[in-house]
Each structure stands twice: as C-alpha cells, then as structure tokens.
Design a protein around this ligand. Structure first.
Ligand code: B12
Ligand code: SF4
Length: 499
C-alpha cells in the first residue's frame, strides 16, 4: 500500500512536453518507493488509467501537479472522484496553484497535503513520516489542515540544484515513449523541454513566482545542464531545447559557459530572460549565444511606460527606452526577441486605464518599426496575491476578489482569468478588453508569429494583406475577416497555449 501514483493533468491539446514537475518528484523517491506516472496529456481516459492502478490496492499516495487553467479544471473532479472511491489514499497536490491558493484547495476536503514550493525534500520526507506514523509538523514546505486551521510550515532554503538526483527519463519511457515528448516546433523536429534553474531573483508584483520563491534563484551548473541535454540528444535524438526556467539567463557566466559546451551539438534553443539583465551582456556573449543555437528569447517587457513598470515592481533597471533600444540591438545578433506585455493595470479613472492601453498599443507599434521580427505576446493583467505589495492593495481596494472554493475556480469565467484573457478585474471595461483583443488580432495579422510552423508563406501573405490597411489606419474594431482566416487556419496563440 505504499506505492505512489504521480499525475500530470492535461495541460495542452498538442505539443506535449516532458512532465518535468512530476518527474522531479519521481526522482525524489526513486529507489525508495515504487512509483508510476500517469500523464493526462497522453491519456484519453485518465480516470480509468488511474483507477487501473488503484484497483490493485497497492497505491497509498497520489501526487498531482497543478497549474491554474486547464490543469486545475481536470485536477478538481478527478481528485474528488478518486478520494470518494478510494478514501484511504492520501492526496497530495504540488505546483503553482495549490502553493498560492492553499485555502480553497484544503477546504475542498479532498486534498490532504500541499507541497508549498519545491518538493524535492518535502515529498519524500512526508511519505516517510506518514509511512512510519511519525510527526510531519517539522517538515519544511508543507501546508495542511490541523484542528480545522490551515497550517504552513517554514520554507526551506533552495537546494543546490547539482545535488539533486538525475531525472528518471528511462523509467518515464516505460510509461510513455520519450519520443512522444520530443515535438516539432519552430526550433527543431525533436524539441525537448528542460528546466535548469528554479525561482527568480526579482520581485515583480504581478508574478506567481515571487510568493513561492521569494526572490531566490538557484541553478544547475552549465556542465550538468549540458550533460543532461546531451543524454537526451544521444539517446532519443533531440535536436532543439526549450528552457522552461522562469529566468534562464540570470548569470552571463553560466549562459556563456553552457553556450560553449552546447555549440558543437548543433541544437537550437530558446529561454526566458529579463531585458535589463541581458542588455548588460557583452556583444561577445550575445554573439556566442547565437552561434551556439539560441534563436529566440522570451522577455517580460510588460510596459513601455516607466511609471507602470514601477507600479508593477518590475525592479532592476528596465525602462521603456531600453525595451526599444534592446529590440534593435538584438537585430544585429540575429536573435529574435519575444516580448510579452501586460495590459490593463489598475488606474484611478476609466479614462486613465484606457489611455494606458492606447499608449501600449503605440509603443508596440514603435517596437515593430525598429525590429519587425520582434514577437509580441499580449496578456491582460491578472492580480497575483503577493500579499503586502502596493499593487495588490490597489487591486483589493478596487473590489477584486478571488473565488473561495475550488468549484468556483472551475467556472469558465475563472478559467479565462487563468489564461489571462479576460481577467474579471473591475477597472477593465468590456470595450477595453475588446480593444486589446482586436489590436492583437490585427497585429498578429500583420506579423504572424514565426513559432506557428503550420502557417506557410501563402497563408502568411494573405493574412498580412488583409491586416496591413487596418494597422496603418489604426482601425482595429470588428476584425472579423482576419479572425475568420485565423480560425480557419487554426492560428497559434502563445499567450493562451503557453509559449
Ligand atoms: C512547462 C509549463 C507549461 C506547459 C505544461 C506543463 C505540464 N505540466 O504539462 C504548458 C506550456 C502547456 C503551460 C501552459 C500554461 N501555463 Co505553464 N508553465 C510551465 C513552466 C514554464 C514550467 C513548469 C515546470 O515544468 N517546472 C519545472 C518543475 C521542476 O518546477 P515546478 O513545476 O515548480 O515543480 C516543483 C514544485 O513546484 C513542486 N511541485 C510541482 N508539482 C508537484 C506535484 C507534487 C505531487 C509535489 C509533491 C510537488 C510538486 O516540486 C517540484 C520540484 O521541486 C512554468 C514556469 C516555471 N518555470 O516553473 C509555467 C507556469 C506554471 N505556467 C503558468 C501558466 C499561468 C500557464 C497557463 C495557465 C497560462 C499561460 N498563458 O501560460 C497555460 C495553460 C495553457 C493551457 N491551455 O493549458 C504559470 C502559473 C502562474 C500562476 N498564477 O500560478 C507559470 C508559473 C508561468 C508564470 N511565471 O506565469 N505551462
Ligand atoms: S523577472 Fe520574470 S520571473 Fe522574475 S519575478 Fe519578474 S516576471 Fe517573475
């Protein structure tokens, strides 16, 4: 009865990635406890698959990783049904959603424990304690209910990432062929997903990483990253890498060291970064990175307005002027910047909210003018409960409230919030959301994303032709003709499908 079932709820309709979150947890118990992985992305009936294991009577523990959005929507009914049918099992949730919304999760009655942040030590220690009927109150990174009260244990320091056990890729391959996880993308024919560091040293007040990692960052060394990537390349033929780190490029030294190691492997790669950090990289470093296969980098540009950057606690030294200058700088290195913006932050009056949106639209057009290859991803601002932050206080004052129960989180409206499409924030009026979305449609029409590998030249040219007139004349309303074509060709939306 001490076997462990680890579940990755469905997160995407296509392009499935190696489920790194639960694979890290599997690594933490490898050799100590028997474990299996069920990946909702690869199952047509995940409940049936989970039950096929539970019916053996050998499984006592279930570990679910849960992100907001579609993963949450699947995790709720599955966990509820499982707990009702197999009440003796212990249900443990980890990942971003339960760590930031523990009240709703534990009050549901079907989740027993939450791992708050990294689970590499907390998970095996919790299982040990439960197996031996020992107290678990002293285990770090835990949230549970005791005497009807939500109890959080203290946070553990981030672990030395090189000391973590290797990920059990071969064993994962006994459940799902690793080939399935190496998809065709803009970067290559067999793209692997890798996570080389945890946390982030910054404290942007809209970011879910901050309350969990509290401005801490720890990375694997360049050598370890190279060794792991090389293993997957040699064993399964990966030819490209998506680095899923929140902030891959924090250290110029590590990045350049990795670039030098990976260069002979002829792989393309992508990662996430900050503009002000990378703007400090020397020309020689940027040249080396590109030479080593880094084709495109995702940056949280957020806003061209310095006051809003301050309101968002963007930290560091990023300014609107720098965002534009850096897009231009990257042109000479042939690296495509992928800039994401957060539109719809709160302001004192509706007119001010609208003026900010108009400002950003113009700003984005200026970026496109200096570097048309810049990819633009538009989010609408969704508050993250970084308690105590000035921005969060403003959000509460304007009447914003989170759902109190897990069932409420499942409603289509809150799913849309999670996908940062329609954030339900009281200061953002429907016509403002329409303006953002319509501009996005026209912009994507004029500059179709390079990451959509299904769009051929003819499709790109047709959409571009239709959209350019509107773009030049600032006419964004009712772009039905563009939408029709995009729907017909199933245009890819990185902002809701996740990069
Ligand atoms: C890969 C990824 C995806 C993949 C899917 C991953 C999968 N599981 O199949 C895709 C691209 C599909 C995706 C989509 C989305 N994602 Co996503 N995603 C990530 C990303 C980049 C990496 C996750 C990962 O693999 N981490 C590596 C592991 C090792 O770290 P970890 O998950 O933190 O796991 C540790 C702990 O959290 C804990 N833990 C985690 N799970 C579990 C489970 C158990 C049982 C235990 C014990 C412990 C535990 O222990 C682990 C080891 O220490 C994260 C950001 C990040 N860098 O983490 C965003 C992130 C989780 N995603 C996020 C979001 C919002 C989304 C979307 C909902 C929206 C969007 N626009 O991107 C979409 C949903 C789209 C859709 N249609 O489903 C947000 C969540 C924010 C929040 N408010 O909570 C994040 C944090 C990005 C961000 N900074 O905003 N995503
Ligand atoms: S730099 Fe990026 S990952 Fe880091 S806190 Fe800011 S938004 Fe989050």
């Amino acid at each position: 009865m001490n076997k462990i079932l680890l579940y990755n709820p469905k997160s995407a309709v296509a392009k499935h990635r190696i489920p790194n979150s639960i694979l890290n947890i599997a690594a933490s118990v490898e050799g100590k406890y028997d474990w299996v992985v069920v990946d909702g992305n690869c199952e047509t009936n995940p409940l049936e698959k989970i039950e096929s294991y539970l019916r053996t009577g050998e499984f006592g523990y279930l570990g679910f990783t849960v992100m907001p959005g579609p993963q949450l929507r699947e995790a709720i009914p599955l966990s509820k049904t499982i707990k009702q049918k197999y009440p003796y099992t212990t249900m443990i949730w980890g990942g971003y959603f339960p760590s930031s919304q523990p009240k709703a999760v534990l009050n549901s009655g079907f989740v027993d424990f939450i791992i708050n942040g990294p689970g590499d030590n907390a998970f095996p220690r919790l299982i040990d304690a439960l197996e031996k009927h020992e107290p678990y109150e002293f285990i770090k990174n835990l949230i549970y209910k005791a005497d009807r009260k939500i109890t959080k244990t203290i946070k553990e320091d981030l672990l030395d990432q090189d000391s973590l056990p290797p990920l059990p890729y071969d064993k994962l391959g006994t459940f799902y062929p690793i080939d399935k996880y190496l998809g065709k993308t803009y970067l290559g024919k067999r793209t692997m997903a890798y996570h080389s560091s945890i946390g982030c040293p910054f404290t942007c007040s809209f970011c879910a990483v901050v309350p969990i990692y509290e401005a801490r960052w720890k990375a694997k060394s360049a050598k370890t990253v190279y060794k792991d990537v090389k293993y997957i390349k040699d064993r399964w033929g990966a030819d490209a890498i998506e680095f899923h780190d929140n902030n891959f490029f924090v250290s110029e030294k590590r990045t350049v060291e990795f670039a030098k190691l990976i260069e002979p492997e002829n792989m393309s790669w992508w990662g996430m970064a900050r503009i002000d950090t990378m703007d400090k990289f020397s020309d020689a470093s940027l040249t080396q990175i590109r030479k080593a296969g880094c084709k495109i980098i995702f940056f949280g540009a957020e806003s061209g307005n310095d006051d809003i950057l301050e309101q968002l606690d963007k930290g560091g030294t990023q300014t609107g002027e720098q965002i534009i200058r850096f897009a231009e700088r990257l042109k000479q290195f042939d690296i495509i910047p992928e800039y994401s913006f957060v539109l719809g932050t709160p302001a004192a009056t509706p007119e001010k909210v609208q003026a900010q949106i108009d400002f950003e639209i113009n700003f984005i057009k200026n970026i496109k003018a200096v570097n048309p290859r810049t990819e633009i991803v538009l989010y609408t601002y969704t508050p993250v409960p970084t308690e105590g932050s000035e921005l969060y206080k403003q959000v509460l004052e304007q009447g914003f409230e989170y759902p109190q129960s897990l069932e409420d989180w499942m409603s289509p409206a809150w799913e849309s919030f999670d996908l940062r499409k329609n954030p339900l924030t009281p200061w953002l009026k429907p016509e403002m959301i329409d303006k953002i979305r319509n501009f996005e449609t026209v912009l994507n029409g004029v500059y179709p994303t390079v990451t959509d590998i299904r769009l051929n030249d003819l499709k790109r040219k047709s959409i571009k032709l239709l959209s350019t007139l509107r773009y030049k004349a600032n006419l964004y309303k009712y772009p039905y003709e563009i939408k029709l074509l995009q729907r017909y060709w199933k245009y890819r939306q990185p902002e809701i499908q996740g990069f």
